[in-house]
Structure formats: C-alpha cells, structure tokens
Write a protein that binds this ligand. Structure first.
Ligand code: 3PG
Ligand code: MG
Length: 375
C-alpha cells in the first residue's frame, strides 16, 4: 500500500484524483450534520492533494442504500475550503464537472449508494467512476470493510494510493494488533456472537481485556446471574472466555428500574426489574491501575448506554486514559461519539479511529477488502 505522500509532489499538479472518503456523517435532521469528526480527519488528504494542484473529486456514501443526499456534507466541507457539490454520481453531470475542473479545485459527488451498483460492486459503475479521474486515492478506512464498487472496484482500473488518514488508521490499528506490554483493552458493544472471535484474539494478545457495555451482561448471564431487563445477545460466552485469566468484567453496575430510577449494584444484586445501563465506581477503581501501568491501551466501545445519558463512567475511563502515558488507540462503534458527548477534551487520548465496524474487523483480520485493493 503506497501512500500519497510517497509520490513526488510535483506529479499531482493537473491530475484528476478520485478520492474515496468516508463522510458518512450523522445528519441533524435540519439539513446539516451533527458531527464533523470524520470530515476533520479526512480533510487532510483533500487539502494535501488540492494544495499540490490536483483536481480533487471526492466521493463517499452516507447512510444505508439508497440513502439520502450527501449535500449537507458538502455544506459542512465549506468550513474547511471551497467545495462544489455535484448532485450526480457518475453520469453526464459528474463527467462535465470533472472535465471543467481547474488545478486545486475540489468537487463532492452525490452519495455513491444512490446508485444501486455501488453495494453490488458492479464493474460498470467502477468503470464510470474511474473514467472521471486519472488516479484513485482511498482514504475511507471506515468503509474499507465493504467490498463495494467505489472501494474494491475502482482501484482495479486506476493507479491507486492510500490517503493520509487511511495510512494513519492502518498504522495505528496494526500497533493495536501487536501491543507493547503491559497492555490493556476495553471492548464494549452488543451482539456477543459477532464479537466472540475478536474477544478470543484480544484475550490472547492483551494482558487484560475488560468486557463492558451489553457484552458484560452476557458474561453475567453466562455466570448464572440474574440480568433482569438488560440487553442480552443470542449467544453467550463459553468457559474458555469466562475462565480466561486475562478477562476482566465489571464488579459493579448501574441499573435502571422500570420507573426510570438509577442505582449502583453488585452484579449479584441485579433483580428482575433492573436493566443494566453502565458500570459503577468500583469497576473504575479496579481498572485504574491497569490503565496507569499500561504501555498500550485499546478502547473500543462505551461502558454504558451513553445515548440515554449514562456517560459518567465512560468519562471517568476517558479521564484516566488521558492521564496515562501509554500509547492509545480508540474507536470502534460509538466510542468517539460517547467521548464527544462527555465534553472532555480529545487531547491526550491518543489515536482516535474513524472506523466503527471497519476498526473491529481490521483488528480481527489484519486486512480488509478496501486495503487488499490497494496492495
Ligand atoms: C460506518 O459508519 O460504519 C461506515 O461508514 C460504513 O457504513 P455502513 O455500515 O453503512 O457500510
Ligand atoms: Mg457500520
């Protein structure tokens, strides 16, 4: 995988470069976007290419197919630089716009998933997209687990490079696949059945793996405890996970009863009317020394139902992690959104990945279809 900054800078001038970004930003429902993290991270590549005279044609998906218009993202991009939105994916309007570009200009094409051929990885769409440009750059790490036309198809047809963000993401998560010891990982989220292989891998590679979020409920249930109204997966962890010496689970939990009242209980004290919504203070105290001594920290998944306002312990962990001097990689699912919701500074939190599912899949497999296509 060759990165754009390995190409002689003068070579970019006048080239039409199709940049596949992941600008799948949350929409605010009022014609805008509610979070700029992926855009801030992805802008570096666009700026790099445009600043060297390339004609930058950006493309991304937003939402699930067929999806909404990506125009709100184009409006948000204008805070960073001059961007022209072209409400077409690969048809006559996109072709005309690409042809008329001047050096350094930036276009954003319409949501690529509005063309059904994108998710089908259809070669005819890949050809139409490739025809817009001389060079292809993939900066969409967060979508690299999708074998779609703009990700896996186009690089077969054009000279291709990784963008700066793609390069940084791969480097950071490669480091997380071979952590320096002592190492500490946090894995949250739901659906144990989809995360079991990753849990097994992290138990092997990390000195401690703390399982949190709804996955911890599965651990409690598998240990024979009552979990009340808590979210539970279809499958439960087996003895090889439950008895693993590297496994850490919450030693206290925040529960909400059906009247909406929250309290902290020991896992053994959870009753039929309780719903586990977060960890508790004793768990934070248990984890504090692991965080303090770790040379490498991986964090994927908030501790609780942050979208319901249960943010306190995610914030407590984020504060401890900011104070640690180890290397840190954070991402996967809603972790960054949860940290942003706490309002704490992201400085000191190390590398923040734009990847949700892509990060977890890359952690497990060490490759993804979009990365394979670049190598
Ligand atoms: C994400 O938000 O995880 C990526 O943009 C991929 O989106 P998808 O899950 O809809 O393919
Ligand atoms: Mg996803």
């Amino acid at each position: 995988m060759k990165c754009i900054d390995e190409v002689p800078e003068a070579d970019w001038s006048g080239k039409r470069v199709l940049v596949r970004s992941d600008f799948n930003l949350p929409l605010d429902g009022k014609g805008g976007v509610s979070d700029l993290f992926r855009l801030t991270q992805g802008w570096k590549t666009i700026e790099y290419l445009s600043g060297r005279g390339a004609r930058v044609i950006c493309i991304s998906h937003i939402g699930r197919d067929p999806g909404e218009s990506i125009e709100p993202v184009a409006r948000a991009m204008k805070q960073f630089g001059a961007v022209v939105f072209v409400p077409d994916v690969s048809g006559a309007m996109a072709q005309e716009a690409a042809k008329a570009m001047k050096d350094g200009e930036i276009l954003l094409l319409e949501n690529v998933r509005r063309d059904a051929r994108e998710t089908e990885n259809d070669e005819t769409l890949a050809r139409e997209l490739a025809a817009l440009a001389d060079i292809y750059v993939d900066d969409a790490f967060a979508a690299a687990h999708r074998p779609h036309a703009s990700i896996a198809g186009v690089p077969k047809l054009l000279p291709h490079y990784a963008g700066l963000l793609m390069r940084d993401e791969v480097k950071a998560i490669d480091a997380a696949r071979a952590p320096q010891n002592p190492s500490f990982a946090i894995l949250g989220g739901a659906k144990f059945e989809t995360k079991a292989p990753l849990i097994k891998l992290l138990l092997e590679k990390y000195d401690h793996l703390f399982i949190t979020g709804a996955l911890a409920n599965d651990v409690f249930k598998a240990r024979g405890l009552l979990v009340g109204r808590s979210l539970i997966s279809k499958e439960l962890p087996d003895a090889s996970i439950l008895n693993h010496p590297h496994l850490l689970a919450p030693v206290d939990v925040t529960v909400e009863n059906s009247a909406g009242q929250a309290s902290v209980k020991k896992p053994e004290g959870v009753g039929p009317d309780d719903k586990i919504v977060d960890i508790g203070p004793d768990t934070v105290a248990l984890l504090a020394p692991c965080i303090a001594e770790a040379k490498f920290i991986l964090w994927a998944g908030p501790t609780g139902m942050y979208e319901k306002g249960y943010l306190h312990y995610t914030q407590a962990l984020a504060e401890l992690i900011s104070q640690s001097s180890g290397q840190k990689v954070i991402g996967g699912g809603d972790t960054i959104a949860a940290i942003e919701a706490t309002g704490i500074s992201k400085d000191g939190l190390g590398f923040l990945s734009t990847g949700g599912g892509a990060m977890l899949e890359y952690l497990l497999k060490g490759t993804l279809p979009g990365i394979e296509a670049l190598t």
